[in-house]
Design a protein around this ligand. Structure first.
Ligand SMILES: [Zn+2]
Length: 265
């Protein structure tokens, strides 16, 4: 993102004719390297090489697990810890004599890779789908599901709740209640943008359950609004995705929304 802002600004400053249309970065860097050659590179470069080669997007909220080979997460963690140590140095923190920050780089690297951004690096949790033998076709609501994430802009925490409304049809696959929370957690455990997170969750559920209607509401506190910036303690962000029957049928939409508990003040 920053790169593109910088690029645009640079272009405006140039009096010469505009540069030719962008060369896709993937094409520009596509040089064949064998896995043996890749082995000499840091893990992050190896993984990035495979992503570029496959022309796959690797934004903050994308899952890249298919490109991470066995053992590479441990390497990534060590690499991130080294870089975070440099950040602490750049912040002029004496991590040698300050026992509080002595292991901070390692702790934060572990937290990123194994916990808060884990949803980027591991495949989706396995979900068993059951045919809808009872032919359920009534509105189902799952929630509130507690979700934790971090905003892509500031890497500040996001805490929130998600409600999911499903209107199944006889061909829908049903998934166990706890699986909704597992899938939500997998999608939220990445640097996210709330609107994109909700759409990603809707896409996953649509593909698995194939309902007639799908509705998702997410309400979340963004700590970049509390801790920095406007320092507003009250603001929360609510957004929703409505698909299929929830889009077409105002009564169904109203029924779903009326069943959601109001935010506790
Ligand atoms: Zn933010």
């Amino acid at each position: 993102m920053l790169f593109f802002f910088g690029y645009a600004a640079a272009c405006r400053a140039l009096p010469t004719p505009p540069m030719p249309r962008t060369v896709a970065p993937a094409a520009a860097t596509r040089i064949f390297r064998s896995e043996e050659e890749l082995a000499a590179l840091p893990a992050s470069e190896r993984i990035r090489y495979r992503l570029v080669q496959a022309e796959r997007r690797y934004h903050a909220n994308d899952n890249i697990s298919a490109f991470v080979h066995e053992g590479e997460l441990a390497e990534l963690k060590a690499e991130v810890a080294t870089k975070l140590q440099e950040v602490l140095q750049a912040l002029v923190i004496d991590t040698d004599s300050d026992h509080n920050t002595n292991e901070t780089a390692k702790r934060v690297a572990k937290m990123y890779i194994e916990e808060v951004f884990r949803g980027r690096y591991v495949p989706m949790p396995s979900v068993t789908e059951f045919p809808n033998v009872e032919r359920l076709n009534e509105l189902m609501i799952v929630g509130p599901i507690t979700v934790r994430s971090a905003c892509s802009h500031h890497m500040c925490p996001i805490f929130g709740k998600v409600w999911i409304g499903i209107l199944p049809n006889e061909h829908s696959n049903l998934i166990g209640l706890s699986k909704y929370a597992r899938i939500a957690d997998w999608i939220m455990s990445r640097p996210q943008i709330q609107e994109e997170a909700v759409t990603m969750l809707a896409n996953e559920l649509q593909e698995r359950v194939r309902p007639d209607g799908l509705a998702i509401v997410m309400e979340a506190d963004h700590f970049c609004m509390h801790w920095r910036g406007v320092k507003d303690n009250e603001s929360a962000m609510v957004n929703s995705v409505m698909r299929g029957a929830f889009l077409k049928d105002a009564n169904l939409r109203r029924e779903f929304l009326s069943l959601l508990p109001r935010k506790s003040n």
